[in-house]
Design a protein around this ligand. Sequence first.
Ligand SMILES: [Zn+2]
Length: 135
Amino acid sequence: MSTPPHSVSEFLRAYESGGPLRGFRCPRCRVVTATWGLACSRCGARPLEEATLSDRGRIVAGTIVVVASDEFVNDAPYAYVLVELDGGGRLSGWMPNVHTDEEIAPGTPVQFTPGYKPGVQFARIAPGSAEGTLR
Ligand SMILES: [Zn+2]
């Protein structure tokens, strides 16, 4: 039985402690995943190699949440988004203060922005900004 390179708790804590985002790369088919696991979900190879994921990516899909729990009431409306990270790995996360579908259109560039709230928080990267100025 293979030994995982890091624990599930370390893996998940990276989301809320400033990163970097952690994932795995398959030594055989090279697929990159943001999901903790012991074997490749595509080809079954193991053990997986630990990989540092990009903190940038693009929105694949998203939906706006208007009715929030107490914890997120000051961030509503917010968006629940699926993000394809640059270099591989898909993560679900959220973005505070999103009001229109245009703000989370597929292809919109976003950046991981660590926060104290649960989940992986993203923010849009301002158009035309190579440095990724957040807004
Ligand atoms: Zn594989």
